[in-house]
Write a protein of this length. Structure first.
Length: 335
């Protein structure tokens, strides 16, 4: 299977990440080592404007990233580089267009990101370009291994890594970006919107009994799926589904025979993935596999392509991805 085209189209670099086996990087949710500056849980829309306006960061600010590296910010960063599409989306979402001086080659959202200077790939950024941009901080996410982060730090590049495993982690990271950049009010608005989107899904599926919950299989690159411990698995669970790969951990190459045996009710896939050799989309590849015509999802036409970026980027649109997953599994609940 030639994944070259798939990789170009998969702007998150998730498939490249898997092929490089770099997801072994450890790291939990971003920690704030200054108790006084710990981001508070996002409040609902009932927050008074005066309270929102009072959210100001006190500097110097010291906190840790997902690798345990400590950072001290004497003031709000004026020059920011992001080498992760999810982080780029988050930074733009909280109003940092003027401060962003570079993004990765894969960053395509929002529209303003396309015109920013390119800093190379998400796994192997262009260190020379980053150094020339003279950033106060460089943000990266799940796609970059800790080994690559270490190498960049040895070059005195101030790289701040996140490693979100849940939707809640994504929200906390956005709050952290707001804290670092003194854009806490803007970050809170983004998180409030995400919580509202998440709440709508959970309200719609809350009445499902265990025997009503559908079995779901998800494939985002030919032959790869995801198990426990990653946010994509959580999206299925929050949407009221049962991930048939939940008996595995992390990213996995599939057993076609096991999927047939698991007999999912719904199959979700990344809709932009195209095989160079056959020019077939991932949906056609899935439906054309030997024996898969007996799977309930295939027989019932419940093989559904979703927007790759919404499905796989742990950024501010991840709750929109959650909505799309829920609608695909239970269209009758979202008329």
């Amino acid at each position: 299977m030639n994944l070259k085209s798939s990789m170009k189209r998969w702007s998150t670099g998730m498939a490249a990440l898997l092929l490089a086996l770099s997801l072994t990087a450890c790291g939990n949710e971003t920690k704030d080592s200054q108790t006084a500056q710990q981001p508070e849980p996002a409040k609902k829309e009932t927050t008074e404007p005066a309270q929102t306006d009072s959210l100001k960061t006190t500097y110097p600010l010291t906190l840790q990233d997902a690798t345990g590296q400590s950072f001290t910010f004497k003031e709000a960063p004026k020059h920011i580089v992001s080498v992760s599409p999810a982080e780029t989306e988050a930074l733009f979402a909280i109003g940092l267009n003027d401060e962003i001086v570079g993004v990765s080659d894969y960053d395509d959202y929002p529209e303003q990101a396309k015109s920013k200077p390119k800093m190379g790939g998400i796994m192997k950024p262009n260190e020379e370009a980053i150094i020339a941009a003279q950033p106060d901080v460089v943000f990266t996410g799940v796609s970059m291994s800790e080994e690559a982060v270490k190498k960049m730090r040895e070059m005195n590049i101030p790289i701040f890594k996140t490693n979100p495993k849940t939707v809640d982690d994504v929200m906390k990271n956005i709050e952290t970006y707001g804290l670092i950049t003194d854009h806490q009010a803007e970050a809170q608005k983004v998180v409030d919107q995400m919580k509202e989107e998440e709440s709508k899904v959970m309200e719609a599926v809350k009445s499902l009994s265990d025997d009503q919950k559908k079995k779901v299989y998800i494939e985002f690159s030919p032959g790869w799926t995801v198990g426990k411990g990653e946010f994509m698995d959580e999206l299925i669970t929050l949407a009221g589904g049962i991930n048939v790969a939940s008996d595995t951990q992390g990213w996995n190459q599939i057993s076609e025979e096991k999927i047939i045996k698991d007999n999912p009710d719904v199959i979700l896939y990344a809709n932009s993935v195209i095989d160079d050799k056959t020019n077939k989309g991932l949906g056609d590849i899935i439906k054309g596999r030997s024996g898969w015509d007996q799977i309930t999802a295939v027989k019932n036409g419940a093989v559904i392509g979703l927007d790759d970026n919404l499905l796989s980027r742990p950024g501010p649109r991840v709750t929109q991805g959650l909505q799309e997953v829920a609608k695909a599994i239970y269209p009758e609940l979202f008329q």
